[in-house]
Ligand binder design. Structure first.
Ligand code: ABT
Ligand code: MG
Length: 145
């Protein structure tokens, strides 16, 4: 038998402006580390329009694009590159579904997210949704990596 080890994967995690403002950065990173993933890069910064237009390129032209960018640049975010086996799928699982109201308890969004009272979904965290997105987003946020 030749069971090969699962190769490590990398994903981009963002603690969005609502998460940073509410003091949940540590809680998010704690859950990431508790799961066994490794933080390999970490930076706090306020994103500008150019970066966000690239980051959310798939949503350009949609009605929520402008409010989404406005929300994402409303305050600092904490960006992290997180590494581990099947971490892309694994972090999406830790985060929970996009809308916090319906997200499962036990997930970041389900336990901590509040998606009422604002026009754009403020759901605390971002995680890349595929290997292609992860490579693209890591290149965008951490060009030196
Ligand atoms: P992200 O991790 O931010 O990409 O969220 P997720 O992948 O779970 O959801 P997608 B579909 O990628 O949404 C991106 C952001 O746009 C917001 N949004 C999305 C709306 O406000 N209204 C909508 O109708 C849709 C489809 C939710 C996400 N984030 N924020 N903040
Ligand atoms: Mg997405």
């Amino acid at each position: 038998s030749s069971a090969a080890a699962t190769p490590a994967e990398r994903t981009l995690v963002l603690v969005k402006p609502d998460g940073v403002a509410r003091g949940l950065t540590g809680e998010v990173l704690r859950r990431v580390e508790a799961k066994g993933y490794r933080i390999v890069a970490l930076e706090m910064r306020t994103a500008d329009d150019a970066l966000l237009a690239e980051h959310y390129a798939e949503h350009q032209g949609k009605p929520f694009f402008a409010p989404l960018v406005e929300f994402m640049r409303s305050g600092p975010v904490v960006a992290a590159v997180v590494e581990g086996g099947r971490v892309i799928e694994g972090f999406r699982s830790l985060a929970g579904t996009t809308e916090p109201t319906g997200a499962a308890p036990g997930t970041i969004r389900g336990d901590l997210g509040r998606d009422w009272g604002t026009s754009v979904v403020q759901n605390l965290v971002h995680g890349s949704d595929s290997p292609e997105s992860a490579a693209r987003e890591i290149g965008l946020w951490f060009p030196a990596l």
